[in-house]
Write a protein that binds this ligand. Structure first.
Ligand SMILES: Cc1ncc(COP(=O)(O)O)c(C=O)c1O
Length: 461
């Protein structure tokens, strides 16, 4: 392990420099080299064939790898919903990488399992569930978390589905704006994508609570019954929130499983100034909340949370003599409530992120990113030739530069090298999209964005 200690020290020094430089805006926020040239530059085939990397070779190779990464700590990193990991979270990956305790069985990682149980309890409390009644599990990502939650809904609505297969006539009520993992889940669960009955939305793609009755009538008229109704907090494209209070009340009145995909915005529950955006989330039967979006953990660390703890194990029935037996042993297992058997110690990332930043610190971080998005909006709105379709509610913001092809403009912004933006459509119209995530993004980044747009679109300005 001498080699490990030496190489790890080299890595930590290089990574600390990388984080510091990225945070100060050194280098471009994104690198998009040709994959063939990159594979050659990183000597991939040689290393794969011959092996033999040691601490010195690794120290020479790692900077070349880092050169071709997306720098998420960079102030100009505004593209995707990926965290700029906190120190604690980054250390969790180091610890997991060496200790490797896949702790879904307590016997296979008591510390990791205990931490997962505690952070899940903490999340349940934040959602407004009673931690003694409710339950949850961490999974590798929000997509898997959505699938897990809808599997629990399926077990609730069609308890025989596990053995007998999915009965005909189940429908999923969801707006067009739901994350694509929801449609995928419908297909994977055996309902088929066509089982998604689209809820009516307003012109910013938010569910219209006043039209839910109509959707339910359409569902029933088609001879179907709802498996679940899905609302989002907030929507991936716009960052706008569905009205969870009204939708939750509708679901309660009609006995429909209410699933809230709060993968992105669950973290706003930590900000006293923003938690009302999720008012009504406690009405949900299931909630998904990604820590790897705004709780500053690396990918992945997503939670599936259910109001009734038994709903998760009810979703799975499996026998595996090498894992399960009747013999009484210390601890508890998590394998009965997740799709994965072998899991990384996901809870450690969230725990160490919390341990470093504190619940209040993370709440302030979320608030600061949400409030900076408002500042971006104010500045963009005053700029001639720019259309902002709405004031942001979260750290996601869309705008378009009139008279330009937004995708082509995005390419030019990326090539210019100071900013990394994404793009989306709202009600069929293409927009540029910002996700204000890095703690280093500030007012100067707003100036840079305006300057970049002015330089690249001189006619409109
Ligand atoms: C609302 C929402 N749900 C689910 C997901 C999927 O999460 P993951 O990328 O962790 O699978 C995303 C990701 O962007 C999201 O925005």
């Amino acid at each position: 392990m001498d080699d490990y200690a030496r190489a790890a020290h080299e890595a930590v020094d290089l990574l600390a420099g990388y984080v510091a430089n990225s945070t100060s805006g050194v280098g471009p926020p994104t690198a998009q080299p040709d994959p063939g040239e990159l594979a050659a530059d990183l000597d991939l085939t040689t290393w794969i064939r011959n092996g033999g990397m040691d601490a010195d070779a690794f120290a020479a190779w790692l900077p070349r790898y880092l050169d071709a990464t997306v720098r998420l700590h960079h102030p100009g990193s505004l593209a995707h919903q990926v965290a700029s990991p906190s120190t604690g979270a980054a250390l969790a990956d180091l610890v997991h990488g060496a200790s490797n305790n896949p702790m879904a069985k307590y016997e296979m990682g008591a510390a990791g399992a205990t931490i997962e149980r505690e952070v899940v309890r903490w999340m349940l409390g934040k959602v407004g569930f009673d931690p003694d009644e409710a339950g949850g599990v961490l999974t590798h990502g929000g997509s898997l978390a959505n699938l897990t939650a809808l599997l629990a809904a399926r077990a609730h609505v069609a308890p025989d589905a596990w053995r007998a297969g999915v009965p005909a006539g189940l429908a999923l009520l969801a707006p067009r704006s739901v994350h694509y993992s929801i449609r995928r889940a419908a297909a994977i669960l055996g309902l088929g994508e066509h089982a998604v009955i689209e809820l009516e939305v307003d012109d910013l793609e938010r569910i219209r609570p006043d039209r839910l009755g109509g959707a339910l009538d359409r569902c029933r008229a088609a001879g179907k019954r709802p498996l679940a109704l899905v609302a989002t907090a907030p929507a991936t494209s716009t960052g706008l929130h569905d009205d969870l209070e009204s939708i939750g009340a509708f679901c309660a009145d009609h006995d429909i499983w209410f699933h809230v995909d709060a993968a992105h915005g669950g973290s706003a529950l930590l900000s006293p100034r923003h938690r009302d955006l999720l008012a009504g989330v406690e009405r949900a039967d299931s909630v998904v909340w990604d820590a790897h979006k705004l709780l500053r953990t690396s990918a992945l660390c997503a939670a599936v949370l259910v109001g009734r703890a038994s709903d998760l194990p009810a979703a799975f029935e499996q026998h595996a003599d090498y894992l399960f037996d009747d013999h009484e042993s210390v601890g508890f297992d998590l394998v009965d409530r997740a799709l994965e058997t072998t899991k990384a110690t996901l809870g450690l990332k969230l725990f160490l992120s919390l341990a470093w930043e504190g619940e209040r610190g993370l709440g302030e971080y979320v608030a600061s990113r949400y409030e900076l998005a408002v500042r971006f909006h104010e500045a963009l709105q005053q700029e001639p030739g720019i259309t902002c379709p709405y004031a942001p509610e979260s750290n996601i913001l869309c705008f378009r530069v009139d008279g330009h092809d937004q995708l082509e403009l995005r390419d030019r912004i990326l090539t210019e090298g100071r900013l990394h933006l994404s793009s989306t459509t709202i009600a069929g119209e293409r927009y540029l999209r910002l996700v204000v995530t890095a703690p280093a993004t500030d007012e100067r980044t707003i100036d840079q964005l305006l300057e970049t747009v002015r330089i690249l679109t001189p006619v409109a300005h």
